[in-house]
Ligand binder design. Sequence first.
Ligand SMILES: [Zn+2]
Length: 209
Amino acid sequence: MTIPLAAAVAASVLLLLAAGAKAGRSPWRPLQTVLSSARISSMSVAEVESLLEEIEEAPEAPTVYGAMCYDCAMPPLVTEYLCPACGEKTVYADSDFSRPLQELGITRELFEALEQAAGLDLALDESGFCSFCGSGGVAVPLLVITYSDGTVVRTPVCPEDLRMLIGLFSGERFYESTQDFILPLKPESGHLRSVLGLPGGVEAGSPAD
Ligand SMILES: [Zn+2]
């Protein structure tokens, strides 16, 4: 192993803490690899379905253009997952892991915001990153949704997916993307159906049209 461990650890921990501090929130309190809202009651599949139908039937919200940032500096290479549950570090040589690891701080924050917005029993499962107490070798966190009838849906999510869901469950026809862009939800409805495990999704083998 030739990766300078101490330097990589310090860099990634600082990065995650900075992500929390920048948004004006206290740093995320790591307790376990599965964050859960543990709600007493959750929305039903039909209720979520009707939210999506409203988006699909309403006129598309206009796009609001945000700041165009041409500073394309490469983000720091994050290669390590520090597990909040067992405290062990999993080091990845595969650069496919760098971006999801770098985005983990913002993913956790957006998940917490989604929990506030949605009346759903939700969990964020990042155990795939840890090769000690989890499966390891999985570069994507999973959003776990338990509907009111007990149906459980587990789908990979990125920060942009969570931003879309926050918009949807806030009752908007748009969502706040990065760099102050406001984007319509309507073109994303097929993708959102996939993320929410509803029929008509554009992924998981269903035809797009
Ligand atoms: Zn672990």
